[in-house]
Each structure stands twice: as structure tokens, then as C-alpha cells.
Design a protein around this ligand. Structure first.
Ligand code: HEM
Length: 303
């Protein structure tokens, strides 16, 4: 199975119907299948993993709390931990070449990671690898639909897809903010930030900073000097950025090739109630079949 074949198989399933929910039918399962495969867990578990990820993303990305959802979210975390624990046992019995096994067998300064460390790293990779990439693809596709000239530009020149993905990451950032605790007193923008202060960094705002990006509210798929902050910066820079970029490029190339004349089925789109991880709850579109995928013979399970 290749990442490309995952994308095309998902499109194969809806191509004859002429309509799809781009999130449920493509943007959500696509990274879920890729991440499950990368970790070495059964691909058919991707729907359950996706449901846990959505629950946990609600806490991670949100300042506005949902006390009524808390018990469900805590239960999801418990179930998720139990699942990864069982996978570790399974890897001990029958190792795969996935990332969980790599975490189990790697050493840091001569020490192996504890099961707890393997569990939290697996969970953060699943959360990081799923929700954000779903939102890059779906919000990016909506952005292209709202900017038909850019849509046609990318369709006519698929070779610019890498630059297009960078601009879509800047323009409609899947991770809107992150947070830090100031390690020392410091000055920023004429303000003093005291040691120990909790600081929220608006990555999406920085990505539209007119002092950094010329004409920042304009989508320019060929923008040069596009060093955006969509994957963060410094020590905690996104560990999965190369995979996310590859998935984004494959997804947009596949969607623009296979779907002709895509259009929104509902004029008003619904955004999820999550201030940090910005994404749509659904994206219903119609389309005509476009060009075929000549190598769609591979099979993938669990979709
Ligand atoms: C479009 C997709 C993605 C976006 C926009 C994104 C964004 C980010 C951002 C902004 C951070 C830094 C958070 C901070 O500094 O506080 C981060 C960290 C992280 N990301 Fe991603 N990410 C994406 C995809 C992925 C993928 C595919 C994976 C894994 C397969 C992943 C795994 C992680 C992990 C493990 C971290 C924590 C790194 C650390 O703390 O050292 N991400 N991501």
C-alpha cells in the first residue's frame, strides 16, 4: 500500500455518486489510515482511533471548555491508553516494523522508554497526525473553491503543488495557536513578559502578519519566501511536518485530478467549535468524474 493508493482508493469509493462529504469520505480517513499504518496498528482500527482523536483534540485545542463533554473525553483517554497498552503487548509477541515497535526498541542515553512514555508518544503522534492533516486538506480545499483562479492554476500546473500546500498552510492554518510558560523575564513588542507567565502564541495571526508577508490576506500559491509558522518553531517544531506535507501534496493532486467541477452543496459551511485546531465539521460537495487514476489496483483494508 502506498499513500497515493490510499488517497485514490478513497476517491474510487465515491466517484460514481457525484457527491461526497470531503471530511468523512476523504480528509478524515486518509491521514487516519496513513498514521495507523505508520504506527503498525491494524488499519481497520482507524475509525475508532479517529473518534478518540477528535475527543482529545477538543481539550488540546480549546480554551472554551465543554464541561458536559469532560466525562466522555476522560473515558476516551482511558480507552485510548488501554488500546495502546494492548498494542505494546502485541508488539512484544509479534513485532511489526511500525513506529510503536521503534519506540519500544530505541534507547535514549542507554535507557529504553517506559511503557508510559511509549503510550503518550503514540497518542500525541496519532492526535498530531490526524486532526491537523484532515483540516489542512478540507480547509485547503474550501479555500481553493473560494478562489477559483488559484484552483484552476493548481489544476493546470500540478507541479506547483508543494508551493500550493505551503501557502494553504499559511493562509488557513490548521493549528491556530500554541502556548508556553516564559522561562525568563523578556521583552516582546514593547511589553514585558515575566518569568513563569503563561503565553499564548497566535501562529495563525503571525502567518497573516503584514510586516512579514506581503499582501497577507491574498492567496498566492506561488508565494516566495513563505516561511510560515503553521508547524511551529524551535524545539517543538512539528515532528510530522514531512509526512503532513507529503500527505497534503498527494491529497490535493489526487482530488484535483479526479474531481471535475467540484462545487459546494451548501452555501454556508460549519466550522468546528475548537479555537485551537481550526477545522470544518463537514464539507459537502458535488462534482463530475475527472481523470482516472491509472494505477488504482492496490488494495487497502479497513476503509
Ligand atoms: C498539516 C498538518 C500538521 C500541522 C499543521 C501540525 C502542526 C504542529 C504544530 C504547530 C506543532 C508545534 C506545537 C508547539 O510548538 O506547541 C506540532 C507539533 C507536533 N506534531 Fe504536528 N502538525 C501536523 C501534522 C503532524 C503529523 C502528520 C504528525 C505525526 C505523524 C504530527 C506530530 C506532531 C508531534 C508529535 C508534535 C510534538 C512535537 C514536540 O513537542 O516536540 N504532526 N505540530
Amino acid at each position: 500500500m502506498t499513500i497515493k493508493s490510499v488517497a485514490h482508493k478513497l476517491i474510487d469509493k465515491v466517484i460514481s455518486s457525484g457527491r461526497m462529504d470531503l471530511i468523512a469520505d476523504f480528509a478524515s480517513p486518509f491521514p487516519a489510515i496513513v498514521t495507523a499504518t505508520m504506527l503498525g496498528v491494524p488499519v481497520e482500527d482507524h475509525r475508532q482511533l479517529g473518534a478518540w482523536v477528535i475527543d482529545l483534540a477538543e481539550v488540546l485545542g480549546n480554551f472554551q471548555h465543554h464541561p458536559d463533554r469532560m466525562s466522555q473525553i476522560v473515558q476516551s483517554l482511558r480507552d485510548f491508553k488501554k488500546y495502546v497498552s494492548a498494542r505494546i503487548e502485541e508488539e512484544r509477541r509479534k513485532p511489526t516494523n511500525g513506529l510503536i515497535y521503534a519506540l519500544m526498541t530505541s534507547q535514549v542515553d542507554g535507557h529504553y522508554l517506559t511503557d508510559e512514555e511509549i503510550i503518550v508518544n503514540t497518542i500525541i503522534t496519532l492526535i498530531g497526525g490526524h486532526e491537523t492533516t484532515t483540516n489542512l486538506i478540507a480547509s485547503g480545499f474550501l479555500t481553493l473553491l473560494r478562489n477559483p483562479e488559484s484552483f484552476e492554476q493548481l489544476r493546470g500546473h500540478p507541479e506547483i503543488v508543494a508551493s500550493a500546500v505551503e501557502e494553504l498552510l499559511r493562509f488557513e492554518s490548521p493549528v491556530q495557536h500554541t502556548a508556553r510558560i516564559a522561562p525568563a523575564d523578556s521583552q516582546l513588542g514593547g511589553k514585558t513578559i515575566s518569568k513563569g507567565s503563561r503565553v499564548v502564541v497566535g501562529l495563525a495571526a503571525a502567518n497573516r502578519d503584514p510586516n512579514r508577508f506581503r499582501d497577507p490576506d491574498r492567496l498566492d500559491l506561488l508565494r516566495s519566501d513563505n516561511r510560515h509558522l503553521a508547524f511551529g518553531w524551535g524545539t517543538h517544531f512539528c515532528f510530522g511536518a514531512p509526512v503532513a506535507r507529503m500527505e497534503g501534496q498527494i491529497a490535493f493532486s489526487a482530488l484535483l485530478r479526479r474531481l471535475s467541477r467540484p462545487a459546494l452543496l451548501e452555501p454556508k459551511v460549519r466550522w468546528r467549535d475548537n479555537a485551537g485546531l481550526r477545522g470544518l465539521s463537514a464539507l459537502n460537495i458535488s462534482f463530475d468524474p475527472g481523470l482516472p487514476y491509472p494505477e488504482s489496483g492496490d488494495s487497502i483494508d479497513g476503509t
